[in-house]
Unconditional design. Structure first.
Length: 212
């Protein structure tokens, strides 16, 4: 009897073990092992493209001296030095003008320039002494020859005109002189009254002093 009871208990334990083993195996196969959470690395955001400045900002941007120099250097129309066939206006002013006999017949006081470029005439002061009684004559520039002096930057001006022909030539007047003479020839209007429009009263004769 005792042996039969032990056998029954052993058989029950064996059945329980067989029933529990599949469940444990199922849990082991279906439950995934716990893993560490993945760490997401944040990549830095790409920088935003540079926005071009507005038109008004570009207009307000000052031009540096280097930029101005580069612009000027790239323009071939600028002169950098005086050429052999060029003469400064300051060289003409005050220069004596000689006739064919190598006699000084006057000095250049001014040059008349064309608006489109070029010299129209040279204003030569003739006659007089030390500027007193001198008359200005506009000699066409094609009548004046410019010759360079050897081994010097000086020039010599000669003309086919003579002292007598220049003295007989009409006097040259500038635009300002013509305007001044024109204004001087206009009659002065003396009929205007005061700002109030009233005519001033005539002056009263002085009363004689009472006799003693």
């Amino acid at each position: 009897m005792k042996e039969r009871l032990i056998s029954s208990v052993a058989a029950g334990a064996l059945l329980v073990g067989v029933a529990v083993a599949p469940m444990s195996f199922a849990q082991e196969t279906t439950t995934p092992p716990a893993t560490a959470p993945e760490t997401q690395t944040m990549e830095p955001a790409a920088p935003a493209p540079a926005t071009p400045p507005a038109a008004d900002e570009q207009a307000q941007t000052p031009v540096t001296a280097d930029t101005t120099t580069d612009m000027a250097a790239g323009d071939a129309s600028y002169l950098t030095e005086q050429a052999e066939n060029q003469v400064s206006a300051n060289t003409y002013i005050g220069q004596s003008v000689y006739n064919a006999s190598d006699e000084s017949i006057g000095e250049i006081n001014d040059l008349i320039m064309e608006k489109e470029g070029g010299i129209a005439a040279a204003v030569v002061g003739v006659g007089g002494f030390l500027g007193i009684g001198e008359k200005n004559v506009a000699v066409p520039f094609e009548k004046i020859t410019v010759a360079d002096q050897p081994d010097s930057d000086e020039i010599k001006l000669t003309t086919t005109e003579t002292a007598e022909s220049l003295k007989a030539a009409p006097e040259f007047k500038t635009k300002s002189q013509v305007m001044a003479e024109r204004n001087a020839d206009q009659p002065v209007d003396t009929s205007t009254t005061s700002a109030t429009g009233t005519t001033p009263a005539p002056a009263q004769p002085a009363e004689p002093a009472p006799q003693q």
